[in-house]
Design a protein around this ligand. Structure first.
Ligand code: NAD
Length: 264
């Protein structure tokens, strides 16, 4: 606990349970002194999110399904009334039909392409615009991406295309809001065992592969992702915007497996 986030208020979107990356980020932000509000998707998840929120001293727990723009507006109206201003937002939301997170990208359907892009990419733009309107003194916006955006990962398919668009969105939003002192960045996390992660076919194989081949010889924890989030959301990173920051045990720098792994 450093107090780095002391006096800062922010919204965390995308907690489904205590394995969620958003939860690792929320806990770490809270440890460093942040005051938090949460959103949950659908009544069933409220029962999971409300007790987690309470455990970090938050009772601001709001429904939000990004497919329903009125519910997004509802969240920011509620925050406007409760807090009046906002210092940061964490967007940790993605979805694609499981049946298209396997096989070939070429077989993606038009319906699932649009839905994946709306939920996993454009929602960040709609949220950023509303959050920025509540940041008169500047702020920091953060989303979560994955290295399948720039390199072909088996089965990641349409989600890789959506993440590429999300990362481009981070840069354009950073351009749009920079003059207002609002920074926009993404963390590109290595594989984590979460609900969303389990939707990708053969997720366990990819998890084990990255563990074997990453320079650090392991995967990352949600608390380690939280540590990077504290940096990007606090005043430590006031000179940083439009950045895709990898928290992946270094996996993204590797060209091929080490000889001893190949020979094993
Ligand atoms: P998770 O299942 O815990 O979280 C995904 C969240 O997205 C859930 O809380 C879910 O409610 C929310 N969501 C889905 N559709 C929504 C909608 N229409 N409206 C509102 N919320 C919606 O899984 P996670 O792995 O913690 O995912 C969080 C983010 O991290 C995602 O953007 C994911 O792509 C990204 N990410 C995950 C990994 C990984 O290996 N798990 C790696 C890199 C990046």
């Amino acid at each position: 606990a450093t107090g780095l986030m002391h006096g800062k208020r922010g919204l965390v979107m995308g907690v489904a349970n205590d394995h969620s990356i958003a939860w690792g980020i929320a806990k770490t932000l809270s440890d460093h002194g942040a005051e938090l509000a949460f959103t949950y998707q659908g009544e069933a998840l409220r029962k999971r999110v409300a007790p987690l929120a309470e455990s970090v001293g938050s009772s601001l727990v709001l429904p939000c399904d990004v497919e329903d723009l009125a519910s997004v507006d509802g969240v920011f109206a509620a925050l406007q009334e409760k807090w009046g201003a906002l210092d940061f937002v964490v967007h940790a939301i993605a979805f694609s039909d499981k049946s298209e997170l396997k096989g070939r990208y070429a077989d993606t359907s038009r319906e699932n392409f649009s839905r994946t892009m709306l939920i996993s990419c454009f929602s960040f733009t709609e949220i950023a615009k509303r959050a920025a309107a509540m940041m008169p003194k500047g702020g920091s916006l953060l989303t979560l991406t994955y290295g399948g955006s720039t390199r072909v990962m088996p089965n990641y398919n349409v989600m890789g295309v959506a993440k590429a668009a999300l990362e481009a969105g981070v840069r354009y939003l950073a351009g749009d809001f920079g003059a207002e002192g609002i920074r926009v960045n993404a963390i590109s996390a290595g594989p984590v065992r979460t609900l969303a992660g389990a939707g990708i076919s053969d997720a366990r194989l990819m998890f084990n592969y990255q563990r074997a081949h990453a320079p650090l010889r392991r995967t990352v924890t949600i608390e380690e992702i939280g540590g990077a989030a504290v940096y990007l959301l606090s005043d430590l990173s006031t000179g940083v915007t439009g950045e895709i920051h990898y928290v992946d045990s270094g996996y993204n720098i590797i060209s091929m497996p080490r000889p001893e792994v190949l020979k094993a």
